[in-house]
Design a protein around this ligand. Structure first.
Ligand code: NAP
Length: 599
């Protein structure tokens, strides 16, 4: 172990011997044990009696607000709700799912869960263990439990809010009663989350005993909230400093590197965090909508207390590029199309999932002509939501700038050009343009607190973005651990993102290993997981020695295939059965030593 131990970016005030002692003590502790230590330390530091709040509140007499969050929405809603409960002078604790001591479930009286569903009906990484426990055979009976679940999801996926639904049904099955009925929030989260939270709060006021000043809060591993006033709701208008194509001109795809200025924003970020971007829809797409529906863009439309021209609603306020069940339903009525009505039948679910994945709303408008009034259209369309991009820079290296790596979504389908909203918006944002942004902390995707730990980064395509930030940060802080990057893309010649920077980092000793997988240069596909397998023995040795493992990029195929390769590697080189290898990796995930930023 390296003699100088400092907890990441926070400079340690401890002398080396104490720092080493502390590091030894913390080594291998489970997250909930670390949280307990953090909570106790902060109480001691504040000079407050440690027992006071806990003693006054019986274990089950407070409201526990649990969240499982991948992109930060569930966390934000849970934080807001627990603040409201706290302001109502009701005892509350806020806990991230992987910090929740499962043995306490049997004693809970009031449990509120806010949880998202990923891609094909999976829980977020931080809630995998807890969801497995609650839905598994070892879950206790919960006859005294009053619960409420808010599921978050994206209705353009067939398994919309599946995890929220599953937990809601399971708590009832285990004997619990509902404080409030299940909330199912779509990407415009607040539309459902706000009334659901009010209903939970109202009910909590009726049933939970008030105990003033007795709030217990289990700290979560979140970044210190920034003091700035800029947020998701009030984004900062960041100036574009640079916007360059970073694949060669003959590449099949366009990938761009963007540099934005955060000067005077008072915003700060850590490597691993994401930048939220509020996009505008492509002007050409807005025009297509107006043309196909024969509507006048200048027509004023009033909705929810605001009056704007229709073109502005479509450009800045409404989601035009993602198809949802509710829009298909509305357009089936507007067009009278039997085909769409049939597609909506439950027995057509596979075809319907394909429809959502392969068509944008504009395709439906073209294929099934219908009559829409401007007002009805604005009401039927989902509000535009911000997109999150993993930050590709470290402030230690770039000061008050923030860098992004963006693959422009642009393709031909159904005989017409198609665009992605945010990537097209960013691609078209020239120097000096202003982009509305905010920081979305990703507390689950952090460099090891101990800089002497090795890290293994797996990031094909634009999934390499956060690893540029990691390598910059470890170089600037002089972290002594080794850095190993697996990168893959289509072609070596055209698509080797940040090639010169990696070569420079290798030369400087800021990157220790780089393994590459170019999928379309040979007759057979070579992916990052092939390289992982080739170096399985060494990779396992790094992991055994405490390396942290990170995966970023596509969730649907890549992250699953990489996980399968990791299971095989651990089984083969660790001499374990497949089941034990799965458990070993699950434990690594639980400890936060295997982190994923995938979607
Ligand atoms: P991409 O072109 O889709 O893929 C990059 C490379 O991965 C290609 O060589 C591709 O090969 C290969 N690949 C395809 N299937 C694979 C599999 N099952 N296992 C391993 N490799 C596989 O990359 P991209 O468009 O840059 O997108 C990367 C993904 O990262 C997107 O889903 C994006 O949403 C996500 N993401 C981006 C960020 C960010 O901030 N930029 C952050 C998090 C996640 P072939 O195409 O030749 O098959």
């Amino acid at each position: 172990m390296n003699a100088v131990v400092s907890p990441g970016p926070i400079a340690s005030p401890l002398p080396v011997d104490k720092a080493v002692q502390l590091e030894r003590l913390l080594e291998g502790l489970a997250p909930h044990e670390l949280y307990w230590i953090a909570a106790r330390s902060s109480v001691l530091a504040a000079g407050v009696q440690t027992v006071a709040p806990v003693a006054r509140v019986q274990a089950g007499e407070r409201v526990t607000v649990l969240y499982g969050s991948q992109t930060g929405n569930a966390r934000r809603i849970a934080e807001q709700l627990s603040q409201r409960i706290e302001l109502a002078h009701l005892p509350v604790r806020l806990v991230r799912a992987d910090a929740y001591p499962q043995r306490e479930l049997a004693q809970e009286r009031y449990l509120v869960v806010v949880i998202s569903t990923q891609g094909e009906g999976e829980p977020p990484d931080d809630a995998r263990g807890l969801v497995e426990f609650i839905t598994g055979r070892r879950a206790p009976r919960l006859p005294s439990l009053q619960f409420a679940v808010l599921g978050l999801g994206d209705s353009s996926y067939p398994q919309f809010c599946a995890i929220g639904r599953q937990l809601d049904a399971r708590f009832a099955e285990l004997g619990g009663t509902r404080l409030a009925s299940l909330g199912e929030a779509d990407v415009d989260v607040e539309a459902v989350a706000a009334p659901w939270a009010s209903a939970v709060l109202e009910r909590a006021r009726e049933v939970v005993v008030k105990t003033p000043a007795s709030v217990t809060r289990v700290p979560t591993l979140q970044a210190v909230p920034s003091r700035t006033t800029y947020s998701r709701e009030q984004p900062f208008a960041a100036t574009v400093l640079a916007n360059q194509r970073i694949v060669s001109r003959d590449s099949e795809r366009e990938v761009r590197h963007l540099e934005l200025s955060l000067e005077d924003a008072g915003l700060s970020y850590e490597p691993g965090d994401a930048l939220g971007v509020w996009p505008q829809n492509p002007p050409a797409l807005v025009q297509q909508w107006l043309d196909v529906l024969q509507l006048d863009g200048a027509q004023e439309v009033s909705h929810e207390g605001r009056s704007l021209p229709l073109a502005r609603w479509l450009s800045n306020e409404r989601e035009l590029t993602r198809l949802t069940r509710s829009f298909v339903t509305a357009h089936a009525a507007a067009s009278g199309s039997d085909e769409l009505v049939r597609a909506l039948q439950p027995e057509q679910s596979a075809d319907f999932a394909r429809l959502l994945a392969e068509y944008q709303p504009i395709d439906l408008l073209r294929l099934h002509r219908g009559v829409w009034q401007a007002q009805a259209l604005v009401v039927a369309l989902r509000p535009l939501t911000p997109r999150l991009y993993s930050i590709a820079s470290s402030t230690r290296a770039v000061g008050d700038e923030v860098h992004l790596t963006i693959a422009t979504v642009s393709y031909h389908a159904h005989g017409e050009p198609h665009w992605g909203a945010a990537t097209s918006f960013l691609a078209a944002s020239d120097e000096d343009a202003r982009v509305p942004v905010f920081i979305e902390p990703n507390e689950r995707f952090r460099l090891p607190a101990d800089p002497s730990r090795d890290i293994i980064m797996i990031g094909p395509g634009t999934g390499v973005a956060p690893f540029r930030a990691f390598v910059q940060e470890r170089r600037e802080t002089g972290a002594s651990g080794r850095n190993w990057l697996f990168f893959g893309n289509r072609h070596f010649e055209q698509d080797f993102l940040y090639q010169l920077e990696w070569q420079e980092a290798l030369k400087q000793g800021a990157l220790h290993r780089l393994d590459l997988a170019f999928s379309r240069d040979a007759a057979e596909k070579i992916y990052v997981q092939h390289r992982l397998r080739e170096h399985g023995s060494e990779l396992y040795a790094w992991l055994k020695d405490g390396a942290h493992l990170y995966v970023c990029g596509d969730a649907t195929h890549m992250a699953k295939d990489v996980h399968a390769a990791l299971i095989d590697i651990v089984a083969e080189h660790g001499g374990q059965s497949t089941e034990d290898a799965k458990d070993w990796l699950a434990e690594l995930l639980q400890q936060g030593r295997y982190a994923r930023d995938v979607y």
